[in-house]
Design a protein around this ligand. Structure first.
Ligand code: CTP
Length: 403
């Protein structure tokens, strides 16, 4: 079942590192392709030579050695799964904080694949509130955490903190690939809008908003990972342009009207449309060809309504298409969200409130999903990537369509 699966294993400094030798054997026996990296501290617990012999690949430890530089970005993009085991208390804390002082951490920070961790530490360290907070942080990032078991520890004490046995980790890896996101949207086309729009006043000024585009990008990434053909219609969002957009059809737009046209072009052939953009509701009635000069008196602007893209797609959608919109609210949240759901003929509305965890540019979001069939599902505050997964899982689980 694991044949050809690319698994990167990061070993950090813990006595449990010896168990990785057996795990690598089990994975290679199943014909998985395994590449191991270690923190410098892990070298004291297990030999790189043993791991490189068993994995049949060089074991990476240092970011640079001699004149060669280990390409951490490449390894993070190569893997189908990054497993960090054993995960020491120290490496856990650094991952939660985004520190990057060794190769393993730089691979972790640049990895585009799912991440699984198997912590190993003494019982008191495991139960310390700081450790538990860090574990919650990793879960919020969307990582799979294999809770350590109860048993004899390196200190001689008996308690929680014992790293899972190699056979158990293997079963978890198998289960991960069995349920792996990546197949359930294969052959589907997903249209995503993201970012703000800018409505020009003159050649140098515009009306815009604070949208970073991160939520829309997280959705596009999730759908790409699950095998969809993704068309991302993106307003001016510099943070998104710095992300990995490979495998995504990118259509860059500036104004609401351009976004509307791109969506109308692509929607007829789309199976799912996810409208995460913060589209301007109004644009200046006229756009000056030259820079508007400062006047003696105040300047009055006349604004006219833009087209509502979500409502326009809702008006033409067929029964096999899924249409999802967002509602960012500050008051009367549920009432407004339900109003948008029905008025725009969407199948789902994702509510996020500025009073309850949502913030422009943030990396986390807290959402409630309302469906046209009357379901309401609330979620805890999570990373935008984990929120994207919840949204797609909800569509596929509750979908009233043939998706
Ligand atoms: N939307 C859209 N086109 C617009 C305005 C909004 O497609 N011209 C979409 C957004 O992408 C989002 C949903 O409609 O998915 C709701 O957007 P929101 O700004 O919350 O609602 P509005 O309809 O603009 O209402 P209001 O600003 O009064 O809350």
């Amino acid at each position: 079942m694991l044949e050809g699966k690319k698994i990167a294993i990061g070993v950090s400094g813990s006595i449990a590192a010896y168990k990785i030798v057996h795990l690598v054997r089990l994975l290679v026996k199943q014909k998985a392709v395994v590449k191991v990296m270690m923190t410098p501290a892990a070298r004291d617990f297990v030999s790189p030579l043993t791991l490189s012999t068993l994995s049949k690949n060089e074991v990476l430890i240092d970011i640079a050695s001699g004149n060669t530089w280990a390409n951490h970005v490449e390894l993070g993009r190569w893997a189908d799964l990054l497993l960090i085991a054993p995960l020491s208390c120290n490496t856990l804390a650094k991952m939660a904080q985004g520190h990057c002082d060794n190769l393993l951490l730089s691979v972790y920070l640049s990895a585009t694949c799912p991440v699984m961790v198997s912590p190993a530490m003494d019982e008191d360290m495991w139960h310390h509130p700081a450790t538990q907070k860090n574990i919650e942080q990793l879960k919020a990032f969307g990582h799979i955490v294999l809770t350590p078991g109860y048993g004899e520890l390196a200190s001689g004490l008996i308690g929680d903190g014992r790293m899972e046995e190699p056979e158990t980790i293997l079963r978890q890896i198998e289960a991960f690939f069995e349920n792996m996101p990546g197949k359930d949207l294969k052959g589907k086309k997903v249209l995503v809008t993201a970012g703000p729009t800018q409505e020009a006043l003159d050649p140098v000024r515009f009306i815009g908003n604070h949208s970073s585009g991160k939520m829309g990008y997280a959705l596009a990434k999730e759908c790409r990972q699950r095998g969809a053909h993704v068309v991302l219609v993106l307003g001016p969002a510099p943070a998104v342009m710095q992300q990995d957009l490979s495998g995504i059809t990118l259509i860059k737009v500036v104004s609401a009207e351009e976004m509307y046209r791109a969506c109308m072009d692509h929607f007829p052939s789309a199976d799912i449309a996810l409208m995460a953009a913060a589209v301007a509701d109004y644009r200046p009635a006229t756009v000056s060809d030259t820079k508007i000069k400062k006047q003696e008196n105040d300047l009055e602007l006349t604004l006219v309504k833009t087209r509502d893209i979500l409502a326009a797609l809702g008006a033409v959608k067929n029964s096999r298409q899924v249409l999802l919109g967002f509602a960012l609210e500050t008051n009367n949240e549920e009432v407004h969200a339900l109003e948008k759901l029905h008025k725009k003929n969407a199948d789902y509305i994702v509510l996020n409130s500025l009073n309850d965890g949502a913030a422009f540019g943030a990396d986390t979001n807290k959402i409630t999903i309302y469906s046209k069939t009357g379901e309401k599902t609330g979620f805890a505050s999570k990373s935008k990537q984990a929120v994207a997964k919840d949204i797609i899982d909800t569509i596929l689980k509750t979908g009233t369509t043939t998706i």
